[in-house]
Design a protein around this ligand. Structure first.
Ligand code: SF4
Ligand code: SF4
Length: 387
């Protein structure tokens, strides 16, 4: 029997899909929404009020690049007035003078700043923008000068996994309280770029040792969160803390989703804020109830002792790899197709052209048009590999 439904605690607000960078691992959907599909200020403020009424305690203001919204100060002030904790997730490039200070004055609680590399050339290559690393350093300094706590976010893949020790030093030098070493999750643009991004097992193991040693060395100085990679895992992560369990996200057009990639599950349809109240969607939307709790589970999850630890893992990964959103996440060793995960990773590494210049083979994230590789590496359809 599933536990009773509780109010959500966290919300990720994707204010816009616009972004000056073009990261090939971006978690946004491959079909990005243009500016004319974004909700206006009043509608976002209404949504935030309903979220606070529902029990939401923290809102992550994200995108795309949320600072491209000219009304961001107003949105922060609206949340702050309701006592909601606000975290700005930003790429930190192109933020006009005075704005970070204005965000702080409006009540912003925290800044999470991403670096595509610890070295300038890696940041520029992965985000596809010259000069971006220096702009990020400046954003970090301004955030700290404005008195804002700072997290550095380092999304990790084959092209920057050797820079983990430098990421740690970079975060320390910027006065960050927290560093998130997050192995890329292969959904959205990252799934389209999996072969070009996948690290090998030896690099993953080296990275884990470096992170563990740094955690011990820096205890009490800087927290290091480590998001482990699914493709070499034994058990899956509790994706979003469980489907529609304590958090949700809202796309720029107001579509309310249990997670980033939920729209890749073709059997589900999702409701938009305004067509229905937020509480109505949270409590009774068929898509939110589809994988809530444990009643939907098949074997081996149904009788597994970990079913209320990882909640069966990621539904979107089950859809992408197993072709069934209700299957056990293939990242789990108990999944009948678990071996396919590492086989896919190995196939991608073999397929990638290591003699090519770094970044070739990336499908850079862009609004409009179907994804096109700049210099394609061959990829293999998932189903072609035996489990
Ligand atoms: S991952 Fe890169 S492209 Fe995507 S929103 Fe963040 S900075 Fe922009
Ligand atoms: S069988 Fe299901 S519940 Fe058990 S560990 Fe694997 S994914 Fe988690």
């Amino acid at each position: 029997m599933s536990a009773p439904l509780l109010p959500p605690i966290g919300m990720l607000a994707e204010l816009t899909h616009r972004c000056p960078l073009q990261c090939p691992y971006c978690s946004n959907p491959v079909e990005l929404l243009k500016a004319n599909r974004e909700m206006d200020t009043a509608t976002w403020l209404d949504l935030f009020n309903q979220a606070a009424d529902l029990g939401v305690l923290q809102v992550h203001l994200s995108g795309g690049e949320p600072t491209l919204r000219r009304d961001l100060e107003q949105l922060i002030a609206g949340l702050s007035a309701r006592g909601v904790y606000t975290n700005l997730i930003t790429a930190g490039v192109g933020i006009a003078d005075g704005r970070i200070e204005a965000f702080a004055a409006a009540g912003l609680d925290h800044v999470q700043l991403s670096f595509q590399g610890a070295r300038p050339e890696t940041t520029e290559m992965v985000g596809n923008q010259r000069g971006s690393h220096d702009k990020k350093l400046e954003t970090a300094r301004r955030a700290r000068a404005a008195g804002l706590p700072l997290t550095i976010n380092a999304p990790i893949h084959r092209h920057n996994i050797d820079e983990v020790p430098e990421f740690i030093e970079l975060a320390l030098s910027l006065g960050a309280e927290r560093l998130e070493i997050a192995n890329v999750q292969y959904s959205g643009w990252a799934l389209a770029n999996r072969d070009a991004l996948m690290p090998d097992r030896a690099s993953i193991e080296r990275q884990a040792e470096i992170v563990e040693a740094a955690r011990t060395r820096l205890a009490g100085i800087m927290n290091i969160d480590f998001v482990t990679p699914d493709y070499y895992a034994t058990y899956p992560k509790p994706c979003m803390g469980g489907w529609a369990r304590d958090a949700f996200m809202v796309a720029p057009d107001g579509t309310v989703l249990p997670c980033h990639a939920a729209q890749t599950i073709p059997s589900l349809s999702f409701e938009r804020f305004g067509e229905r109240s937020l509480a109505g969607i949270w409590i009774s939307s068929p898509a939110f109830n589809a994988f809530r709790g444990t009643d939907w589970m098949q074997e081996p999850c149904r009788s597994c002792e970990r079913r209320e630890i990882d909640w069966g893992g990621c539904r979107c990964q089950a859809m992408a790899i197993a072709g069934d959103a209700a299957a056990t996440d293939p990242a789990c060793v108990k999944s009948p197709i678990h071996a396919r995960m590492e086989a896919l990773a190995r196939a991608g590494i073999v397929a990638a052209d290591r003699s090519a210049v770094p970044g070739s083979g990336f499908i850079y994230r862009r609004i409009g048009g179907a994804p096109q590789a700049e210099n394609p590496v061959p990829s293999r359809p998932d189903r072609a590999l035996a489990g």
